[in-house]
Write a protein that binds this ligand. Structure first.
Ligand code: SF4
Ligand code: MG
Length: 322
């Protein structure tokens, strides 16, 4: 099937010498450190990992909010770095984002109509009348009534605000929406409603999603494939079934073991990892997980594990499988 986004050896290193004005530092925060994957049309790719693993930086790289240090981002086969500003502008319409915090991303002084129509205004689409019509249509598409258009953000609940954010992201008919922790700030019952809405919209509008989350329990309800990230790298990727039924990377296993069990007789024990996620300024040598890995071997400290193909789509970067 058609590839919507392709990322190859993507890196984003933030130099940290600004903090030390008279000393030229060669250190950098390796937020994203050599990531490759494809996102196919109509699928939802989950990107999962603890905070600080580079998920949000990746979203910003794909959406061209920041430029990569190295590597390539392609949209439908076009390398974004080689495009002129006119083409970039048109691709910007096709890649939209929904952020975690609906409280912060919607201006409280503007009406809902203004907020949802804003992308249309920025891209000079339609006139005032057609935009108003489109706003009402979009509100109904996300399960809100058209009469909400005149209201302000503070009049809405968290779940409703996230619906407004989604309506805004849909305004330009995107191909792909990058959802960065879209339900993390919501109550569990509301989370399910927003996830169901996203699924409905995906079917209706043939949308592709990248769904970023720290919570493997949430992504299982929406993702077709999942990439697990640790310290700026993908350590395992595969379909939902492959990862949940047969996780291979010790880090994936530990994350999965932390999900509350549906079956109380399930004897799998929680795997507790030692220590915190190390700093991405000086990530450990070799396999960057080796300091916390219960299976670490001597050569894990020196050699960076390459990706090993395990089956249909599952790949893992771990010396246990090479
Ligand atoms: Fe653990 Fe070694 Fe595999 Fe890294 S490469 S996850 S340290 S076994
Ligand atoms: Mg984040």
């Amino acid at each position: 099937s058609e590839v919507v986004i392709k990322v190859e050896n993507l890196k984003k290193h933030f130099p940290i010498n600004e903090a030390i004005p008279f000393k030229k530092s060669t250190q950098s925060v390796k937020a994203v450190d050599g990531v490759s994957f494809e996102v196919f049309k109509g699928e939802t790719l989950g990107i999962v990992g603890e905070s600080g693993c580079g998920k949000s930086t990746m979203a910003r790289l794909i959406n061209q909010l920041i430029r990569p240090t190295e590597g390539v981002v392609e949209f439908k086969g076009k390398n974004l770095a080689t495009l002129g500003s006119k083409e970039i502008r048109s691709i910007r319409k096709s890649i939209q984002m929904v952020f975690q915090n609906p409280y912060a991303s919607l201006d409280p002084r503007k009406t809902i109509e203004y907020l949802i129509a804003e992308p249309l205004v920025i891209h000079q689409i339609g006139d005032a009348k057609s935009r108003k019509k489109r706003v009402i249509e979009l509100l109904e598409v996300v399960g809100l009534s058209g009469y909400h258009a005149e209201r302000y953000v503070h009049e809405f609940s968290g779940g409703q605000r996230q619906r407004i954010n989604i309506a805004r992201a849909l305004a330009l008919n995107p191909d792909i929406i990058i959802c960065d922790e879209p339900v993390s700030a919501l109550d569990v019952s509301v989370q399910a409603q927003v996830i169901n809405l996203l699924k409905d919209l995906q079917r209706k509008f043939d949308l592709t999603y990248i769904f970023i989350s720290h919570d493997l329990n949430v992504v299982r309800y929406i993702c077709d494939r999942i990439a697990v990230m640790y310290l700026g790298k993908i350590v395992e990727i595969g379909t939902y079934e492959e990862l949940y039924e047969n996780p291979k990377h010790p880090y994936t296993k530990a994350l999965l073991s932390a999900i509350p069990k549906e079956n109380p007789f399930d004897k799998k024990e929680r795997i507790l990892l030692e220590g915190d996620v190390p700093s991405p300024v000086n990530p450990p040598s070799g396999c960057s997980f080796h300091k916390r890995c219960p299976h670490a071997m001597e050569h894990c400290k020196k050699d960076i594990p390459a990706f090993v193909d395990l089956g249909k789509t599952q790949k893992v970067a771990c010396h246990l499988y090479s």
